[in-house]
Design a protein around this ligand. Structure first.
Ligand code: ADP
Ligand code: MG
Length: 647
């Protein structure tokens, strides 16, 4: 034990950040806000809280460090508890949803940003904290952005109380930490706070791109890992993947293939890391591989900047991650696999050069790299503004237009969103979150879809609602190659419902399921099987979500499908149009003339009233995802909206 303590001490003294210890303490003591930028692995997250503790800054309250990811919060807290030399939960603790391992006595507390937002509801001034460290600021998640605004305002409020002579209130110190260099924006936002740069150690990393685009990156990651293992010098491999399922698949594949390795080649040991994993397994990624073997770490974005894994010489970058808000269609969270940004790609390759020169295998072409966005776009700019407003309201911030955003949405956009949320019954007359709104805020889809799901519980058609929402999450499940348009059209007639696209989609899904997604069947029927698989994936996630939130995702309306359309209308009453005497459709709000898109099953049909999923403008205002309805359904679907309009 004594040896271990000595080793830990030695490790702490050897970190690049150690040389800046005294100046960091001085700056944080003298300034209300400090921005610290440092290479991943330099010691920011594990050391700075300890330095501040050692300097006496925790005398008037706990030091809090927020993390965007649960795994990181737990893992880092455990490590720091070990370095401090007390069991986890005493001096050093962590708090994540459903797992609180911190106590009143904790002097350092690692927590997810979600938990801090929650704590704000019961402790408006976060009085139990003396220092709040907002870590991984460069990720710019919606939650961190909300926290930025909140802590800034809390700091000011506390100072005002102190100025009025309140002896029981202490000032709040804010530390912003980021792994990327563009920190000016943070500094500006926090009253031109001083930026401290911690220099790290970096060895050169050679980048190798593929010559051809890869159709299956899991497969090419597998091949690349075995190639490295058989041909390259010792050193562990780190593969960036997009999620737990993918990680587990690749783990199995590696285990299968490793059996066939010639005896002269050492073992290749896969080590996955993800949230739902016991901590002993997780600790394995930090332990050196046994002599003559090589570890291959399978990780998500977590290994990009949150957690530094030692001894990595080789990085395999799939070029993808899952990110919230990218699916503009239904706004579903953390489901879509998307290309990363250039700055993420650079962070990933950097992981190979921490201890020696390294190699990074990018499983995409140089051309693809050039096409990537420079930086990832802050979540607040990507996600639906209405979702962001619901999150703010759920945190108890009622004055959203007055909120101090780092990237401010337009005021008119916000007012429009507030009106819409009111019409959806998510907000009451005073703009406060209703019970429906509180539930909607927890849903992983945009508000109108969340409303449909909530309504489906009442109308007993959750199964169908989930299915149709999943189908709407892709561009189209039908493929129509221009050379075979007629054949494709004919094939589609089998699925067409006279009620329109929502039920046509449902018919298509039923047929797809009855043949178990057979690829030949898809080809013959001009169904895009890749999109269909995505639909099934989204459906699975939505089912899981409903189960977790106590809804019954199997509740079905059977053949009474009119119910489903009424249910969708509760979320999409704003997307409705009425047939005019001249045969055109005019939207109920705005009186815009809209044309049914040729891809719709209601193209060329005349129905009294219609509802649509989206409006796209090309040469004219086209509506897609169109279904027929009866105008008598309207007032019932949105009493707030149509009631007020008549008044
Ligand atoms: P930064 O926040 O600047 O990226 P960290 O403070 O997270 O850096 O990490 C500093 C060092 O501590 C790294 O070398 C990392 O490998 C090591 N480290 C962090 N967590 C653990 C752990 N659970 N076990 C062993 N080493 C760890
Ligand atoms: Mg860190």
């Amino acid at each position: 034990i004594i040896q271990k303590a000595k080793d830990l001490k030695k490790h702490r003294l050897s970190l690049p950040i150690y040389t800046a210890r005294d100046i960091i303490i001085k700056e944080v003591k003298e300034n209300a806000c400090v921005v610290i930028v440092g290479e991943t692995g330099s010691g920011k997250t594990t050391q700075i809280p300890q330095y501040l503790l050692e300097s006496g800054l925790a005398a008037h309250g706990t030091i809090a460090i927020t993390q965007p990811r649960r795994v990181a919060a737990i893992n880092l807290a455990k490590r720091v508890a070990e370095e401090v030399g007390t069991p986890i939960g005493q001096k050093v603790g962590y708090s994540i949803r459903f797992d609180d391992s911190s106590s009143r006595d904790s002097l350092i507390k690692y927590m997810t940003d979600g938990i801090m937002l929650r704590e704000l509801l019961s402790d408006r001034l976060l009085l139990r904290y003396s220092v709040i460290i907002l870590d991984e600021a460069h990720e710019r998640t919606l939650r961190t952005d909300i926290l930025f605004g909140m802590v800034k305002s809390i700091q000011k409020q506390r100072q005002e109380l102190i100025d009025k002579g309140r002896k029981d209130v202490q000032p709040l110190r804010i530390v912003i930490m980021s792994a990327t260099l563009n920190a000016e924006k943070f500094s500006e936002y926090f009253y031109n706070a001083k930026i401290m740069y911690i220099s790290g150690r970096m060895y050169p990393v050679k980048i190798l791109n593929t010559i051809e685009p890869q159709s299956d990156y899991v497969d090419s990651a597998l091949v690349t890992a075995f190639q490295i293992h058989q041909e390259e010098a010792p050193g562990d491999i780190l593969i960036f993947l997009t999620g737990q399922e993918e990680i587990e698949n690749l783990e199995k594949l590696i285990e299968e293939y490793a059996v066939d390795l010639p005896p002269s080649v050492g073992k290749l040991i896969p080590c996955p890391i993800f949230a739902a994993q016991d901590s002993a397994t997780q600790q394995k990624i930090f332990e050196p591989a046994p002599q003559g073997t090589r570890k291959v770490i399978l990780a998500t974005n977590i290994a990009e900047t949150s957690i530094t894994i030692p001894n990595i010489r080789y990085v395999i970058d799939t070029g993808c991650h899952k990110s919230r808000g990218y699916n503009a269609k239904i706004g579903i969270e953390s489901l879509l696999v998307e290309p990363i940004s250039k700055s993420s790609a650079r962070q990933r390759s950097g992981r190979a050069g921490r201890e020696a020169p390294g190699l990074c295998f990018r499983l995409y072409t140089e051309y693809s790299f050039d096409q990537l966005e420079e930086d990832s776009i802050p979540e607040i700019k990507r996600c639906n503004l209405e979702s962001a407003i619901l999150s703010l309201k759920a945190t108890g911030i009622d004055d959203v237009t007055g909120f101090d955003f780092m990237d401010r949405p337009s005021k008119s956009g916000m007012l429009r969103s507030l009106e819409h949320l009111y019409a959806l019954e998510a907000l009451d007359d005073e703009g406060k979150l209703t019970e429906i709104g509180t539930k909607m805020a927890a849903f992983p889809v945009d508000p109108p879809y969340a409303k449909v799901l909530l309504q489906s519980e009442k109308m007993e058609c959750t199964k169908e609602a989930i299915e149709i929402i999943s189908l709407l999450s892709v561009d189209s499940v039908f493929s129509a190659p221009s050379s075979k348009r007629e054949e494709a059209n004919e094939a589609r007639q089998k699925f067409v419902s006279l009620d329109g696209d929502h039920l046509t989609l449902l018919n298509t899904l039923r047929a797809y399921e009855s043949v178990k997604g057979d690829r030949d069947w898809c080809r013959e029927n001009f169904i895009n099987s890749r999109h269909m698989r995505h639909v099934m994936d989204v459906r699975k996630q939505l089912i899981q979500f409903c189960e977790r939130s106590g809804m019954d995702p199997k509740k079905s309306c059977g053949h009474d499908l009119e119910i489903v359309l009424k249910c969708f209308l509760a979320g999409f009453f704003q997307n409705t149009a009425l047939l005019q005497p001249d045969g055109t459709y005019k939207s109920i709000i705005g009186g815009q003339t809209v044309s049914v898109h040729p891809s719709s099953s209601l193209f060329g049909k005349k129905r009294e009233a219609i509802m649509y999923n989206e409006l796209v403008f090309t040469t004219k205002h086209y509506i897609r995802g169109v279904s027929a309805l009866e105008s008598a359904w309207l007032p019932q679907a949105a009493p707030k909206y149509f009631g007020r309009r008549q008044a």
